[in-house]
Design a protein around this ligand. Sequence first.
Ligand code: ADP
Length: 400
Amino acid sequence: MLVLVINCGSSSVKYQLFDMARQEVLAKGLLEKIGQPGSVLQHERNSEKFSIEKVIANHNEALALILQTLVDSTFGVIKDISEINAVGHRVVHGGEEFVESSLITDHVIDAIERFSDLAPLHNPPNLIGIRAARSVLACVPHVAVFDTAFHQTIPSHAFTYALPYEYYQQFRLRRYGFHGTSHRYVTMMAARMLNRPLDETNVITCHLGNGCSITAVAGGRSIDTSMGFTPLEGVVMGTRCGDIDPAITFFLADKLNASLSDINNIYNKKSGLIGISGVSNDMREVRKAAEAGNVRARLAIEVFAYRVRKYIGAYTAAIGRVHAVVFTGGIGENATFMREMIMTGLKPLGMIIDAAVNAPLRAKAGDVATPDSPTRILVIPTDEEKMIASDTVEVASRAR
Ligand code: ADP
């Protein structure tokens, strides 16, 4: 069975074509700058990389080029697009309606459209991708996999903001959480590594990439997560501030004579690692600067680590007995110094990192806790596309 996974952003489309029987990625790529000058498709097949430059006006043309590339006699991996059996779509916001991945019907499309005011930057391009893909691959099942779905098990005491309750009733203003596909994937992998049934697995999953979020998982289900109504809440990220005092908004509006949209831009694009360090949103660059003596870069790293450590403490209180802390995402998988900084000092919580095992472990799965650590510390590379592909197979086969 061949499954095409599509992740459609406002000006880009990412894709992977999976051969599910062989558990193999046949081809993958990224088409960027849709509707802008210089649009280019980076396509990869068997570790061979191709760069195809072509003017691409819109998402329909983008998908047409991707499908054409998949069947191309030089770059392609299949003979005909009819070999694709199903399509999985990443969708950011499923509101309170979608607690799991769903077969895309007109009703599902309407619902995704309805949730666009909750995720105005993400759901509209996701929908464009769904519509474009459905029009070219009309005869196969399309499945929506939501970033929010895994977190729909979070209880009301954790998702309710202490704001006038009618805003929840009127606008569904509450915490939703994101990165759910990644948190779910690493939770399943952690259960395997711990050799525990999923519904008896309690973990704290730390997805640390450009965007960062921490999730408390009890009995295999999300019970709390650091991102909230939007992906701005929670820990420090590359360019986002995470948790701050809401009164800062009024203070800045006054001091900078700034509009709400300016402040939104500051919180989302100019804060986090880049905001504190003034160097970069990229952890590698910030670390380089810190090592060269840049005091603000050092501070950015310390704030980042401290915030994650605080969440681990809080989620230990939320879960009770934690079987493992899991690190994933670009930083979680590769920044060994950051894992060590975060975990150092958590011995009283039964989490003891083995520095010698941790230091060389990059970009692969492993356990970096000491043998006597009551809680394991796992590194697990995330694979959201694989999770989307496997959900797609499951939902599509149920629908037959
Ligand atoms: P995204 O959230 O966009 O998918 P990634 O998961 O790829 O991003 O994470 C990007 C982050 O991972 C960047 O801050 C980058 O510096 C960091 N990162 C990647 N490799 C390393 C490394 N070897 N050491 C430190 N940080 C790294």
